[in-house]
Design a protein around this ligand. Sequence first.
Ligand SMILES: Nc1nc2c(ncn2[C@@H]2O[C@H](COP(=O)(O)OP(=O)(O)O)[C@@H](O)[C@H]2O)c(=O)[nH]1
Ligand SMILES: [Mg+2]
Length: 287
Amino acid sequence: MGAAVLEQPERASAFASSRTLGLDDLNNIMGTRYVNVVGILGDPESGKTACLASLYLLVSHAKLEGWSFRDSKSLTAFEEIARGARDWNDGRAPEQMTVHTELTDDRSPGFLHLRLVRRSDGRCVDLALPDIPGEWTQALVATASSDRFEFMRSAEAIWIVLDGRSLADIEKRHGLIVRMGQLAARLKTMFEGHTPRLMVVVTHRDLYALEDNVAERLRSEFNRRDVEVEIVGAAPFSEQPQNIPAGFGLAELVNLTIGIPSARPPLWGSTEPAADGRSYLNFRRDR
Ligand SMILES: Nc1nc2c(ncn2[C@@H]2O[C@H](COP(=O)(O)OP(=O)(O)O)[C@@H](O)[C@H]2O)c(=O)[nH]1
Ligand SMILES: [Mg+2]
């Protein structure tokens, strides 16, 4: 047989649709530049999508402390998840402020992309943030089904999003903390000890400030499995903006996700790390 007569036409831009990026799209970007992949876990309704919507609204309004917006390959997707938040800002709180995450592909996540510039040193970072249904986290905890989280082997940081209201509720608190221990054990198995940096993001900070003793119980549940965590109180949205502004905690979350600022000045002529050409899915396994 001869070669195909017509080559399949290439799309003008790999991201023409500007929707969420698939693993292939992400792999393509990662071939040319360093991308900070973030894993985002958490039960349904814990505030995962709200964190993404709020982060986008903050950066697009130049209100993410310490960071400036540079670019996004998934603006349409950000606009979609932020739409609910817009309505909220117009003064009417819709029943559900963020669209419930539904994925057409049940096996691999869609990623949102943000390129940010750190004001202190001009460093440019590309974040790949998946918006994942909470059911995936529930399945990971309950049955260790981790195939869909294969991408997290390339993650530098994982956000574990918790609903602060569940931690405030004495009846729900214990069960939630126990499940976090189970999740820690799953992650430890999954990463064979080389767990990415973990941030526990406790949402609804506008309604509930995490008490020290609860934070300690949460932390020790992870530490028992030799897993270190940072705990961040966040309010992607706020019902009490006079006390806690919407977007509270997200700059800290981004700082922790990127890691500590380097003391060194940026290299001459370059503020971006050179592409290292690492292969996406094999990245962590090689180490
Ligand atoms: N007041 C308040 N509402 C929040 C906060 N975080 C999330 N929400 C709301 O909680 C609901 C569930 O959030 P969502 O992001 O859709 O949960 P997901 O299923 O984890 O993606 C939505 O109505 C959010 O607007 C917060 O910090 N404060
Ligand atoms: Mg969601």
